[in-house]
Write a protein that binds this ligand. Structure first.
Ligand SMILES: Cc1cc2nc3c(=O)[nH]c(=O)nc-3n(C[C@H](O)[C@H](O)[C@H](O)COP(=O)(O)OP(=O)(O)OC[C@H]3O[C@@H](n4cnc5c(N)ncnc54)[C@H](O)[C@@H]3O)c2cc1C
Length: 629
């Protein structure tokens, strides 16, 4: 007992610096339990006596705090991005722009992104005097993102084409480092880019020539964003039968739209492209996709400050993407102009979908990269079981697996951008065009799923802190969940893959097989890559066989196989790209390692599943029985 007191007093007198006190007290506390003759009351009394030195009393909450992960320049930190650009677009201007932008993202813009999350948009229906205003109030940070996007040319770069066929790669590289810091401003930019592409592809009709200039402007005061209003209550995937909005012709050749748009993101946009059914002179419309036309509408206010022809019903309460206003809109006589021929709405908006799906894929891989960057930084700061996380091989293995997923996804996305750039520069071969068509849904659906898995794993790598809202980490997972839903769900895109195979009479697959083989051929003499080349080559042969067999089966068989087919197409193609990148003369051993690791997985899932008979006609009722038991 006296020994106990002495030790405490000694600690108290000599060690006013409390970190030291903390150590001795913890030590004493452990010992005191064993002190013979010490009662509980004595203990409490003594603790109170020493309270001046308690490290965990009142305002003192202990000396130890976990270090938070630090976001460093996301361009300079990304070895694969830098390597990819050095290989394909070794332009000083691009490197210095991305490097400077990356610095700004880490030092300034990332905080704005957080602000967008903390101050989400809100809808003010009425002014203080009761007049309807439908004003969507957004944060200052959200507004700054608009200016920044214009100044940095985040849409413009794709249209200025300063780097020819590589301009899209440049633009998307910039968006890729921006997206996770953008407070979801990447979403309006995707639709803005998509709208510009549609307007350009239909030959810049005079009615929206000005809009095109604004969508692709670098001047903040001129810059416009666009929405894309397709989803209605009856259908988002199924717009063909789900669209109820009608377009009533006006005497001047324009239209007024009446309908209800169920999901409209970035509703603070300046304009939108939308689908509606044009009425004929008797007021009748044509059902199905054939009845849909594409319309251009500006979002404006009348002299009383009311939105022209639009009522904002409410903002959606969303799991994630809360930074961005997503609304339900009643279109009540919205002035609009038809852009497509009558009944060609779905075909005309296809260009928009190609662009937005590529943006979606960019955001997916950007989210993965960001969580990996933060997780690897955190692993250099957090000590557990006596050493830093980075020195625990199992933890690093987990990070390495995330890295492999991210690398495969990155190369898939950049491949899409490369193909898009070639198409837009008039350099695309037939093979390139087929690949772009096939890979757009494949990459979108695959990266959307990967993002959720990788980001979820990423959150776990921060332990409990990964679950804590104001670290900003959980928002990454919530935001990622939408990536597999909008711009086509996984199943809907899997069916789109089948559709494009059928419509091209298999030519898209032919292009796929040809290109993957050519990538593998380039690696045939690189012994370090042999296992990966073998794995991809074997999977490709299996896939070719599967396609032959499946072609003789009915449509139901293909439908059931479509999702696994799409996954197989993605995994094999990513494997080939990783191998190809590892063959580049300046590639690092890590590029080879990533290729080998990627190719260890089941690359041809569709054949594995086929062997279990799960696409046979007997399976559908079994699935149904299981689900509805
Ligand atoms: C945050 C957010 C923002 C959005 N912003 C916009 C926007 O700005 N503009 C816009 O137009 N839309 C927007 N959407 C809507 C989105 O694009 C649609 O929700 C999406 O396309 C799915 O359509 P749906 O909701 O009608 O689902 P459904 O089509 O009803 O799908 C339900 C389920 O059925 C599956 N399914 C559907 N068809 C088939 C099939 N044939 N075979 C097998 N499975 C099938 C789907 O995969 C899905 O799992 C947004 C959605 C969200 C969540």
């Amino acid at each position: 007992m006296s020994a106990l007191l002495n030790r405490r007093v000694a600690a108290g007198c000599c060690c006013r610096l409390w970190p030291t006190v903390s150590q001795s007290l913890v030590h004493i506390r452990t010992q005191s339990a064993a002190e013979p003759g010490t009662t509980k009351a004595d203990e409490e009394h003594l603790w109170e006596a020493a309270a001046g030195y308690l490290p965990f009393s009142r305002a003192r909450i202990g000396p130890f705090f976990q270090d938070q992960p630090v976001l460093k320049n996301p361009f300079l930190e990304d070895a694969l991005l830098k390597g990819y650009l050095r290989r394909h677009l070794p332009e000083e201007a691009v490197f210095s722009d991305l490097s400077a932008f990356g610095e700004r993202l880490a030092k300034e813009v990332d905080t704005w992104g957080r602000e967008c999350e903390v101050n989400p948009p809100r809808l003010v229906h009425f002014d203080p005097w009761g007049r309807r205003v439908d004003h969507i109030v957004t944060s200052e940070a959200w507004k700054r993102m608009k200016d920044l996007s214009a100044r940095e040319g985040l849409v413009a770069i794709g249209y200025e084409k300063l780097f020819g066929e590589w301009s899209r790669v440049y633009q998307m590289s910039k968006l890729y480092i921006y997206s996770p810091s953008s407070g979801l401003y990447s979403c309006p930019l995707a639709m803005t880019d998509g709208a510009a592409k549609v307007i350009q592809s239909i030959g810049l009709p005079p009615v929206c020539e000005e809009a095109f200039g604004r969508l692709t402007s670098r001047q903040p005061e001129r810059f416009w964003t666009s929405g894309q209003w397709m989803t209605e209550r009856q259908g988002g995937s199924d717009v063909g039968s789900g669209t109820e909005t009608v377009a009533v012709p006006q005497t001047d050749g324009s239209y007024k739209l009446h309908g209800f748009k169920w999901f409209t993101s970035a509703t603070d946009a300046n304009m939108s492209l939308t689908l509606a059914r044009a009425q004929d002179s008797r007021g009748a419309t044509t059902p199905g996709s054939k009845g849909l036309s594409l319309f251009y509408a500006e979002v404006s206010r009348d002299e009383d400050g009311l939105l022209r022809g639009i009522e904002v019903q409410r903002l959606k309460e969303k799991l994630g993407t809360r930074q961005m206003p997503t609304a339900e809109l009643l279109l009540d006589g919205l002035p609009a102009h038809r852009l497509s021929e009558e009944g060609r709405g779905v075909a005309s908006i296809a260009n928009m979908l190609t662009i937005t799906r590529i943006h979606n894929s960019v955001s997916a891989v950007a989210g993965m990269r960001r969580v990996v960057l933060l997780a690897r930084d955190y692993a250099t700061r957090r000590t557990v079981f006596g050493k830093l996380l980075k020195d625990h091989p199992l933890h690093v293995q987990t990070l390495a697996r995330m890295e492999v997923e991210t690398r495969g996804a990155f190369l898939l996305v950049m491949e899409l951008c490369r193909l898009l750039g070639r198409e837009e520069s008039g350099l695309a071969s037939q093979l390139d065009a087929h690949l772009l068509r096939l890979l757009t849904p494949v990459v979108k659906l695959y990266t959307g799923k990967q993002a959720v898995a990788v980001i979820s794993e990423g959150l776990e790598s921060f332990g409990g802190q990964g679950y804590i809202e104001d670290t900003g980490l959980p928002g990454m997972l919530r935001d990622a969940q939408v990536l597999s839903i909008w711009e086509g769900t996984t199943n809907v895109l899997s069916l789109d893959v089948l559709r494009c195979v059928a419509r091209s009479s298999g030519m898209v697959l032919h292009a796929y097989f040809t290109h993957v083989k050519s990538l593998l051929a380039g690696a045939s003499s690189v012994s370090s890559l042999t296992p990966a080349v073998k794995a991809v080559g074997g999977a490709l042969s299996e896939l070719e066989e599967f396609v032959q067999v499946a072609a003789s089966k009915g449509p139901n068989y293909l439908e059931l196989a479509s999702r696994d087919l799409a996954y197989s197409l993605a995994r094999i193609y990513a494997g080939a790209l990783l191998i190809d990148h590892a063959c580049w003369k300046e590639a690092s051993p890590h590029d080879t390692y990533a290729a080998l690791r990627w190719c260890e997985q089941d690359l041809c899932l569709v054949v594995t599943k086929q062997k279990s008979g799960c696409y046979e006609s007997s399976t559908a009722p079994l699935d149904s029985g299981l689900v509805y038991e």
